[in-house]
Write a protein that binds this ligand. Structure first.
Ligand code: ZN
Ligand code: ZN
Length: 348
């Protein structure tokens, strides 16, 4: 009889571990996207400008006009894939045979297994006085409250069917829970790429919402709005950290059919140039009559980064838009370091 009871309790432990394993795997899966997103947000100091700056530095290093063009035209989509690539590099490159993705799964598993152990130890004091169903219900509720894992009452039916002696059940679980149990749970996280991973919820939505937010682009130069809140218009207008050379986005002078070498902030400050809107020519100074959601302050600084880009990729730009651009001679003196330094300073 004792042998039967012990083996029945072993079966109850086996059934419990089956149920627990599924619940812990799901709990870890639920935690991982948040931890991944938090890590990536930290890399970019929770700052949209920091993300833009790193994109610009990487584009400069990459020397690909095609990549530049993707960013120039659709910065929001480019930023989305940039964050995805950064996540892939950070979490799915193996270091000492393991990925960071696996390591955070392991960290979370350690937390969960410790909490499960605590719950089981705490149960010692209840095991004499409760009925079997009250005992498993208490176990279920404690796992929910103290570990954060949700298991339905019905999932415990097999545990209840085999459970004979609660003390033996607890002791068997505590003695045997480390016998490959954690390893079998962690085997679910041995993925090696972001293509193979099954996110329970996407970490990218959170990253993009917090780091990018507003998708608006300057109507003249396409520089992204620097505000990282999606619906910031109720609190403030769209605004750029620094405008690009307008010709970079294909903006051109109608009279000369040349790409514009002008900057939006200078155009609105001087008030001599106009832009076409439908049939009308609008003075840049009056841009708010057409784009009331935009604020383009007339400050005098202009982007060294984009001036140097025009010098380096002049032929590509002219070929892309089928128009020449007249580059002022003094732009040609800027070095790569000047370009990088200029965006680093703008960030501060
Ligand atoms: Zn602009
Ligand atoms: Zn905006």
């Amino acid at each position: 009889m004792m042998v039967k009871s012990a083996s029945e309790d072993s079966i109850a432990v086996y059934c419990f571990k089956e149920v627990l394993s599924t619940a812990i795997v799901e709990h870890i899966r639920r935690q991982i996207p948040n931890r991944v997103a938090e890590d990536i947000l930290r890399i970019f100091s929770h700052s949209k400008w920091e993300l833009i700056k790193q994109i610009l530095i990487d584009l400069e290093k990459g020397k690909s006009f095609k990549d530049y063009l993707r960013y120039i035209k659709h910065p929001e989509a480019f930023a989305g894939s940039y964050l995805k690539n950064r996540t892939c590099e950070t979490f799915f490159h193996k270091n000492d045979g393991e990925t960071k993705y696996f390591r955070i799964a392991e960290e979370q598993a350690n937390i969960d297994f410790q909490a499960v152990s605590d719950v089981m130890y705490d149960l010692h004091q209840y095991n004499e006085s409760l009925s079997t169903s009250s005992f498993t219900e208490l176990l279920r509720r404690n796992l929910q409250a103290k570990v954060g894992i949700t298991i339905s009452s019905s999932s415990f039916s097999q545990v209840e069917a085999h459970l004979q002696n609660r003390q033996t059940f607890i002791d068997l679980f505590i003695d045997k829970q480390m016998d490959g149990f954690k390893e079998s749970v962690l085997a679910n996280f041995q993925v090696t790429s972001d293509d193979q991973v099954e996110w329970l919820h996407s970490p990218y939505d959170k990253m993009k919402d917090i780091l990018w937010g507003c998708d608006a682009k300057c109507p003249f130069c396409y520089e992204p709005c620097i505000n990282a809140q999606k619906d910031h218009l109720k609190d403030g207008l769209h605004k750029c950290a620094s405008h690009r050379v307008q010709g970079v986005s294909g903006s051109h002078w109608i009279a000369t059919k040349k790409l514009s070498e002008a900057f939006c902030n200078i155009c609105v400050s001087e008030g001599s140039a106009t832009f076409k809107h439908g049939d009308k020519s609008i003075n840049f100074k009056d841009y708010k009559t057409i784009y009331p959601d935009w604020d383009i302050p007339p400050y005098p600084e202009t982007s060294v980064y984009w001036k140097r880009f025009c010098c380096e990729y002049q032929q590509c730009l002219e070929k892309q838009y089928g128009m020449p651009i007249t580059i002022p001679d003094h732009w040609k003196r800027f070095s790569k370091e000047d370009a990088i330094n200029s965006i680093t300073l703008e960030a501060s």
